[in-house]
Design a protein around this ligand. Structure first.
Ligand code: 9WO
Length: 246
């Protein structure tokens, strides 16, 4: 896979792709990540990328020309919408999910466009991007951090990016998933706080039951929305009824 990122702050990307799983995936040749300065695609001598909004209002809007030029430079004027995704990151986008990360991980190329200022000319969303995505309901100062989030979520799904031990954890947030159970490590007592006894017992069936119960309890408390779509066994359904009554 090749990932191109268009931004007016390329320096922000020094770092996050040079660590951990993303770095390893790059070193293994699973992904090539290229960051471009949008200003390089401006055509005037001041390398202008923004302008005032039609209709008036606060601040500045990213102009369409440098963005269209950049994407056409990278992909040509036609591209295969099955193999390529052109993603605009804005608070107005559809919510990014694990299911979407899995779809994007099957593509040959991703182009991520990081919005800035008070917005991006809507013709980019309408006629250039294949996806307009939001990573959550909060306003940031630009699409750069959301682009990093998408890269990380997608790259770890590329075949060969994870070690075997890590791969088991791919399922958790996919459709029908609930939150993970709580994890503990040594010491068994820390500042008077004890690890739940069952985890020290060596009773694997009891441990498995405790983990399912705690995962459900945590999901009920922190993310009740996930329970509406959760694929639960009959036993888990009963447990949930019990927890709801507590
Ligand atoms: C700022 C603003 C100020 C006055 C009036 C209207 C306004 N809209 C915005 C605004 O939405 N700015 C965005 C900043 C423009 C696109 C890039 N920016 C951005 C992207 N902030 N947050 C994101 C983002 C992207 C993906 N997921 C979550 C947040």
């Amino acid at each position: 896979m090749r990932i191109d990122i268009l931004t007016i702050f390329p320096e922000m990307f020094r770092g996050p792709f040079d660590c951990g799983i993303v770095r390893r995936a790059r070193e293994r040749g699973l992904v090539e990540i290229v960051v471009h300065n949008l200003r390089d695609f401006a055509t005037d001598k001041h390398r202008t990328v923004d302008d005032r909004p039609f209709g008036g209002g606060e601040g500045m809007v990213l102009k369409p020309e440098p963005i269209f030029r950049a994407v056409e430079h990278l992909l040509g004027e036609q591209f295969d919408r099955q193999r390529v995704a052109v993603i605009l990151l804005t608070p107005q986008g559809r919510r990014f999910t694990q299911a979407m990360a899995e779809d994007l991980a099957t593509r040959e190329r991703l182009v991520l466009i990081c919005g800035r200022y008070e917005g991006v000319d809507e013709r980019v969303a309408e006629y250039l991007a294949t996806h307009e995505l939001s990573i959550g309901d909060y306003v940031l100062t630009g699409g750069e951090v959301p682009a990093m989030v998408i890269v990380e979520a997608v790259v770890r799904l590329l075949p060969g990016a994870l070690h075997r031990a890590e791969s088991a954890r791919r399922e958790s947030f996919a459709e029908g998933g609930i939150l993970d159970y709580p994890q503990y490590t040594r010491p068994a007592e820390f500042r008077g706080l004890r690890v739940p006894e069952v985890l020290l017992s060596g009773h694997h069936a009891q441990i498995a039951r405790w983990r399912r119960r705690m995962a459900l309890a945590k999901t009920l408390r922190n993310r009740p929305d996930l329970l509406e779509k959760a694929a639960l066994s009959e036993e888990e359904r009963q447990l949930l009824e019990e927890l709801r009554g507590m």
